[in-house]
Design a protein around this ligand. Structure first.
Ligand SMILES: C[S@@+](CC[C@H](N)C(=O)[O-])C[C@H]1O[C@@H](n2cnc3c(N)ncnc32)[C@H](O)[C@@H]1O
Length: 291
């Protein structure tokens, strides 16, 4: 079973990779929006009426906007490690809607949130957890800033994501499978949640198969999304060199092409939600021993 705390991801590099893809992100993020829509449905089923909402790893702001549209009176805070993502999200939101609550933007690391304990009624994150070196720490932070009776909800990509690409890279050169960030499995996520003082964690998943005209289209999409292998410690930037791309294309298109010639790629989305639970308190009852 994969440990939730074992990733070799460099947060500064993640921030740079996503900053440099801020402009191209929306063009490629069709699946990310679909998963965001489904995550919102998980929240709206819960009947919560939050007035302070936090969106962690907010990117170009699609999910932040969904939250604001649904909870019009709420103050929504968007946090991201990539400054350019935040600038872009803010620039997209030019029209002021005075009947809406406030929207705030903060550049910060999800593992060190710059907010006081119990600051938000709803703490969300759509597809950021897989980019964090210590996912359990990010979840602890999300729980820390959650107010009593609040809800935390997030999605991440699961272990089966890009399994074809991982197999192809591992086949070409032994350790190249490590070019893709390790995604958590449902069990690991459930275990990490079970460590937190929260109530009834619910974990759910969806499997998507996307098709592309060729391998380069898949690689281009991953780059456009900022999904860079350079975020992994010890990996140089731009590792998809010409030789690797040639071999990858041959292997991928031999093994993962449909009869129409398009290649396919698997993506697994994991969703989780849990309510705030006060830490169990203990009462010291003096015990008298009569001898
Ligand atoms: C796949 S994008 C998702 C963006 C957005 N939530 C959406 O639904 O489109 C992941 C986002 O998480 C941010 N991110 C990654 N690691 C982070 C960290 N340690 N702290 C804060 N944000 C982080 C990235 O900069 C990026 O904007």
């Amino acid at each position: 079973m994969m440990q939730m705390d074992s990733y070799r991801i460099n947060h500064a590099r993640v921030g740079r990779a996503f900053s440099s893809s801020a402009v191209s992100y929306d063009e490629h993020a069709v699946l990310q929006r679909e998963i965001g829509d489904r995550l919102l449905a998980h929240i709206t089923c819960s009947n919560i009426a939050p007035s302070r909402i936090l969106d962690v790893g907010s990117g170009t702001g699609y999910f932040t906007h969904l939250l604001h549209q649904h909870y019009k009176k709420a103050d929504v805070t968007a946090v991201d490690i990539a400054q350019a993502m935040l600038y872009y999200a803010r620039a997209k939101r030019r029209i002021r809607m005075p009947w809406h609550g406030m929207r705030h933007y903060a550049a910060a690391d999800a593992c060190a949130l710059p907010f006081a304990d119990a600051s938000f009624d709803l703490v969300c994150s759509n597809l950021a957890l897989q980019w964090v070196a210590r996912p359990a720490l990010m979840l602890t932070e999300m729980r820390r800033v959650l107010a009593p009776d609040g809800l935390m909800v997030f999605s991440t990509f699961g272990r089966r994501t890009l399994c074809e690409l991982r197999h192809a890279l591992a086949h070409i050169e032994r350790d190249q499978g490590g070019l893709i960030v390790p995604f958590p499995d449902v069990m690991a996520m459930g275990n990490a949640l079970a460590e937190l003082p929260i109530e009834v964690p619910v974990v759910d998943s969806d499997l998507f198969t996307l098709t592309y005209p060729n391998t380069m289209a898949l690689v281009r999409e991953l780059k456009g999304l900022g999904a860079s292998s350079s975020a992994i410690e010890g990996r140089p930037a731009g590792l998809y060199g010409r030789r690797l791309l040639r071999e990858l294309t041959t292997y991928y298109e031999t093994h993962y092409a449909a009869s129409d010639g398009r290649i396919h790629a698997t993506f697994e989305a994991l969703y989780a939600q849990a309510w705030f639970k006060e830490a169990p308190f203990s009462i010291d009852i003096p015990i008298h021993v009569h001898g």
